[in-house]
Design a protein around this ligand. Structure first.
Ligand code: ADP
Length: 179
């Protein structure tokens, strides 16, 4: 694990499972129709139980790419789930970078709206949506660092990487951004 201070806030990167995190909120890599899928989304709905989908259905019809919605977290340790939709990677020239940055930023804005002090993110768009990990790690970390500098909140942002390769890429990107 690696932890750095950005002003008074903490930024952490760990290798692990997003569904096991005890931060106040965890972020889900959802799809626009908010229909439970595979990857992070499947794991969250499986472990969190049916109340998450019930709340999504009651409150929302869909979520456009780059935006975020919020529900409770059912049986998970977190209190909230922020569901955001990252872009599907096509060729890198179809607005993917801006949309990925928006997904991170709008998730953090949603956290502030609910006075949430700690948030865990998976690496959005880098599974089924095919975003190259190295590029995605730069957008993810740059966006979160500039958000923390600007808003000085939330107190803790944790990236939870599934697997050693993803963890190493994020660690390397973070070191480069801070030097
Ligand atoms: P997307 O559809 O946005 O690409 P995925 O859920 O397919 O989302 O994958 C996003 C990233 O999350 C991938 O790098 C994948 O390896 C990782 N991942 C899968 N399961 C978990 C988990 N339980 N915790 C954290 N990360 C996970």
């Amino acid at each position: 694990m690696k932890r750095v201070k950005i002003g008074n806030c903490l930024l952490e990167i760990i290798q692990g499972d997003i569904t096991e995190q005890d931060t106040e909120a965890i972020v889900n890599a959802a799809n626009e129709r908010l229909i439970p899928g595979g990857g992070v989304d499947g794991a969250i709905h499986r472990k969190g139980g049916p109340s998450i989908l019930e709340e999504l259905r009651a409150k929302y019809t869909h979520c456009p790419t780059g935006e975020a919605v919020i529900t409770g977290a059912g049986n998970l340790k977190a209190k909230y789930i922020i569901h955001t939709v990252g872009p599907i990677y096509k060729n890198g020239k179809s607005g993917e970078e801006e949309l990925l940055a928006s997904a991170y930023k709008n998730s953090l804005l949603k956290a502030l709206e609910y006075n949430i002090n700690s948030v865990s993110f998976p690496s959005l768009s880098t599974g089924a949506y095919g975003y190259p990990l190295k590029d995605a790690s730069q957008i993810a970390l740059k966006t979160v660092i500039s958000f923390l500098k600007e808003y000085q909140k939330p107190e803790l942002v944790r990236f939870v990487l599934w697997g050693e390769e993803a963890y190493k890429i994020f660690e390397h990107t973070l070191e480069n951004l801070l030097t």
